[in-house]
Design a protein around this ligand. Structure first.
Ligand SMILES: Nc1ncnc2c1ncn2[C@@H]1O[C@H](COP(=O)(O)OP(=O)(O)OP(=O)(O)O)[C@@H](O)[C@H]1O
Ligand SMILES: [Mg+2]
Length: 240
């Protein structure tokens, strides 16, 4: 088992100072095998990104546990987990410093983890995603949403992660680019035995891409069997 969670929970405090809390995720138990793709499918605000961010060590759970190869890991991830578990953000611009040309953010992974770098290596890696040297010299706001999403994915693969949380990875792409990106991810998965958490509100896409699908509702997660998922009744008394 590559990743396993036990009762992973995130309750957000109110920003207005009221005692009302918001459930981000509640008692989430999921498993992810090596080389497997699981889907987190659910409507807007159901808790998919919250779960994805906890799984990738970027959001501190309120309670619960995460295991990586059966070893418990906790926020913030350090050492090899920090490199091995990566997230592609739903909003790709957060991966990039808005004030700087893209190239500055694209070279970061090479620097942080001492990965062999040359401009040619970088250009080759973005060309696989239909981008060119010229894109690297622009600021993030000067690229389209889809271009930025592809740049973020190219940056992410530099880490050669074992686990990738893909939060709506193709939401800004047309159907053809969507297919190309999914094929590239599959190729990477075959090569490296990587595991994916594929987050989407698109049911058809989830079914196409995932080995198993969890449905997310009001922060709770249930594995679907033949399209049915049963949720525990735990959400009373807390606003969603
Ligand atoms: N930082 C935060 N502070 C307070 N509440 C938050 C925060 N982040 C998310 N929430 C709330 O937690 C709930 C789950 O949000 P989340 O972003 O995980 O949903 P989602 O399923 O990813 O939605 P979408 O499909 O729109 O991306 C929502 O009610 C949201 O308003
Ligand atoms: Mg989301």
């Amino acid at each position: 088992m590559r990743i396993r969670t036990e009762k992973l929970t995130k309750i957000y405090d109110s920003r207005t100072g009221s005692s009302e809390k918001t459930i981000g995720a509640l008692d989430v138990d999921i498993t992810l095998d090596k080389g497997e793709t699981i889907g987190l499918f659910g409507s807007s605000g159901s808790g998919k990104s919250t779960i994805g961010q906890m799984l990738s060590g970027l959001l501190k759970p309120t309670s619960g546990k995460i295991f990586y190869d059966e070893k418990e890991i906790s926020y913030p991830f350090r050492g090899k987990e920090r490199r091995n578990i990566q997230i592609l953000f739903q909003h790709p611009e957060v991966s990039f410093n808005p004030a700087l040309p893209l190239i500055k953010s694209m070279v970061e992974p090479y620097k942080i983890f001492n990965i062999e770098y040359s401009k040619e290596i970088l250009i080759e890696s973005i060309q696989r995603f239909g981008l060119h040297e010229e894109h690297l010299l622009r600021k993030p706001s000067e690229l389209s949403g889809g271009e930025l999403q592809r740049a973020a994915l190219s940056r992410l693969l530099t880490f050669e992660p074992e686990v990738m949380v893909l939060d709506e990875p193709t939401s800004m792409l047309d159907v053809i680019s969507q297919g190309q990106i999914i094929n590239m991810l599959r190729e990477y998965q075959r090569e490296k035995g990587a595991s994916f958490v594929f987050i989407s509100h698109n049911r058809t896409l989830c079914e196409m891409v995932c080995d198993r699908i969890y449905r997310v509702e009001h922060g709770c997660v249930a594995q679907e069997t033949d399209g049915a998922a049963s949720f525990p009744e735990k959400t009373q008394g807390v606003s969603q």
